[in-house]
Design a protein around this ligand. Structure first.
Ligand code: NDP
Length: 387
């Protein structure tokens, strides 16, 4: 037999033909060893994800700056909340917003047809983002339509309205929550934990500031719409003092400045500085303004150190530092979308029957103090907070 020439292409053919039988039988053997279908018996430790829980459907009521720039985009970061309806006085805008967020145009309402939400089972909750003077009316009508209510801060224009909202929610057996977004984000929650946990020793005083330049026209500059710096921005300082201490202030003092030469402040003060006295002895000094550059911060001063959140109130970029024994440490926490956290918490309340962390009573407590602050600046004396 002539040995095949290794360079001869025919040799390769010869070898290939000779080896083919072996190769085919090897492949067959391997193929038989590999199961052709998954076993019908599943491994005992197989992890199968649960189906996604049904999200709560929201009707957004009032398509202004907050609704369009913060709340609607925040739904993308929600796990249990979905926008399903809109309520607006401007149908063209509302239809455009509905198209952008995949909302059925049939689910666009105006302020007259708002009550028809009662016939829309896709809507579990209404989120009221209207001028402050409209919060009470739209909460009451929302409850009457059988919906749970998430309402922006300040809860309402006065104490009596807040009380009516709370009573109506109880009667309707629906959830009522005030949208204090900072109670649903990590930096302010950590500050509460540290201050109440004694990290800076016994808490003695708090200073807080929330100021901005508010340009006309603006709902915040209208008395009729229940604007004014205390309810709009000062409320963040007030609420922070209440959540850091875990107490209700008993007395307040206040001074207000309402310049006559600035047309923006014909109806509401430009700036208000107020002090709060708490039962434990903590004294808080807060300032709020519509006529200065931005200032959004607080500092809690204890016997052994201080905690500072600066800035403390914006949507992004919060910074938390603690000074103790002359050493400053900064807490690096993961930023979370405030509105997504707030809405998903409310959805849990609606869907799972939990109680809101910031219920109507929380909004009422702030409005009680705001009423005392207004009285204090008008009469120029210390005022007791009503109970
Ligand atoms: P805007 O003035 O930007 O929006 C208010 C919307 O309410 C309007 O766009 C309009 O919506 C509707 N509206 C109905 N009636 C009136 C009326 N008579 N005058 C004016 N608007 C009317 O206000 P904001 O979005 O800044 O604030 C709305 C609420 O949200 C306030 O209660 C405010 O305190 C709160 N807020 C809360 C913040 C937070 O961080 N939690 C931040 C900012 C505001 P349409 O055209 O669709 O009818």
């Amino acid at each position: 037999m002539i040995a095949p020439n290794p360079n001869d292409p025919d040799r390769r053919t010869f070898l290939a033909v000779a080896g083919a039988g072996v190769l085919v039988s090897n492949i067959m053997a391997q193929k038989q060893a590999v199961p052709l279908a998954p076993p019908d018996k599943q491994p005992p430790d197989l992890k199968v994800p649960d189906p996604p829980k049904k999200p709560a459907g929201y009707a957004i009521v009032g398509l202004g700056q907050l609704a369009l720039e913060q709340v609607m985009p925040a739904f993308a970061e929600c796990k249990r909340s979905k926008p399903v309806a809109l309520v607006s006085g401007h149908p063209d805008k509302a239809k455009k917003v509905a198209a952008a967020y995949g909302i059925d145009p049939k689910n666009v309402y105006d302020y007259q047809t708002y009550d028809k939400l009662a016939d829309n089972p896709a809507v579990d909750a209404v989120y009221i983002i209207l001028p402050n003077s409209m919060h009470a009316e739209y909460t009451l009508r929302g409850l009457k339509a059988g919906k749970h209510v998430l309402c922006e801060k300040p809860m309402a224009a006065n104490v009596a309205e807040c009380e009516r909202m709370i009573d109506a929610a109880k009667e309707a057996k629906k959830k009522l929550m005030i949208a204090y977004r900072l109670r649903y984000e990590p930096f302010n929650m950590k500050a509460i934990e540290l201050v109440r946990g004694g990290e800076i020793g016994k808490l003695k005083s708090i200073t807080a500031s929330h100021c901005q330049n508010t340009e006309a026209p603006n709902i915040r500059l209208s008395r009729e719409l229940a604007g004014g710096p205390v309810g709009d921005v000062g409320i963040y300082c007030l609420n922070a003092c209440r959540y850091l201490t875990g107490e209700e202030p008993t007395e307040v003092t206040a001074v207000a400045q309402q310049p006559k030469d600035d047309p923006r402040f014909k109806e509401v003060p430009e700036s208000v500085t107020f002090t709060l006295r708490f039962p434990s002895g903590v004294i808080a000094t807060c300032d709020c303004s519509f006529g200065t550059d931005e200032s959004r911060r607080y500092r809690a001063l204890g016997a052994d150190g201080f905690l500072e959140l600066d800035p403390s109130f914006p949507y992004h970029g919060l910074r938390l530092r603690v000074q103790k024994g002359g050493k400053i440490s900064e807490y690096k926490l993961e930023e979370k979308n405030h509105f997504a956290g707030e809405m998903d918490h409310f959805s849990e309340c609606v869907l799972d029957g939990k109680d809101p962390r910031t219920p109507g009573e929380e909004g009422l407590a702030d409005v009680r103090v705001i009423a005392a602050i207004e009285e204090a600046w008008k009469i120029g004396k210390m005022v007791a907070v009503s109970k």
